[in-house]
Design a protein around this ligand. Sequence first.
Ligand code: ASP
Length: 404
Amino acid sequence: MDRANVLVIVCLAVVVLLFTLHPQTLEEFNPLKTSPQDRRILVIYTGGTIGMKHTSAGYKPVKGYFEKQLREILNLHADISGKLSPYDVIEYDPLIDSSNMTPKEWNKMIRTVQKHYDAYDGFIIVHGTDTMAYSASALSFALKGLGKPVVLTGSQIPLSRVRNDGINNLLCSLRYVSLYNVPEVVIVFGNAILRGNRAVKISSNRIDAFGSPNFRSIGGFGYAPDVLLDTSLIEGSQGAYAYTGGLEVTEYDEDVKVLTHMLAPGAANTAFLSGATPDRFLDIDPSIRGVIIRTFGIGDAPSRDPGFAKTLSLLKEKNITVLNISQCIEGRVDQGDYATGSFLKSKGVVSGQDLTYEAGYCKLLFLLSLYKGNIQSVKDDLRTNLCGELSDKLTLVDVMNPGI
Ligand code: ASP
């Protein structure tokens, strides 16, 4: 065989391999071509505005109300409900405003998905919007090897008000899970399908409340009744979290805490870290095993503040992992760009790259839960893309086509 033939065969093999590894068509996300009627969805209602009613103290979730509303909506819209998979509803007790979510509630959701994983083809977690991006990130790390869709949704305006966005968000979520087996945790909201660990709540008022500043939307809904997906963005069977090995669940260690510290020029919150000694710092809360510093711009911090520098050294000595996440909502951290950034690197601070604050917080907590005292593994995995939460380089899309 001459060299040209060998080259052609190698090229063909590479193309075939790429296609096998990276699903390109929608059909690959429903390989058995099951019709919606052959699939079954579990809807998990945790609380949030969508099922709230007005009380004298403001909006609160009401027992039983969400499920009744969902049934009525689908009865009213028989044309759509005929195209959806049958579903069951689990309602949590207590129902909570998502501002009260903690890793304890994340663990409850993780256990619910794990318990019902074999019995259902997909999961819709109905959740308050305030911390939805945190829960979506938390679940994405905890559900390693996920082979089924997990959607988080909710609404800005409760179903109890005529002009609400809950009906559309529920119908979009149900249709998406009825049709496709995209093995990712996503947020379906305001006609967009966003990767959960890239999403950010960007508006307290807008109906399209979520953005995905560093990663394009996976899909969306328009005038056409069906889902539009950009399959090239779906991680599928690739990477550290490939779904080929079955679901492998890790719960969050509820005794571990991460301190988050927002820098501001000359502000007292800088002095909080500056004034701390390792013992005083650990006295505050001995469960703190990680710190996130919300830095300026591309990941810079006040390198001329001796107290701040000393505190970073002490954190390093105490084996507390420090993660650098910028205050900029879009873009990536580069600790090598300015001296005010390389100063952090020299103190062992890990660059958050293009992680959102929400994903960075959950990832740090997750790795501290997983690796306990093995700080090197925590740091190594913080830098590694586990399930689509970070990209290792800046692309043209990042600078030209922000998702917000
Ligand atoms: N405070 C509510 C919650 O997060 C807001 C909402 O659901 O939109 O539970």
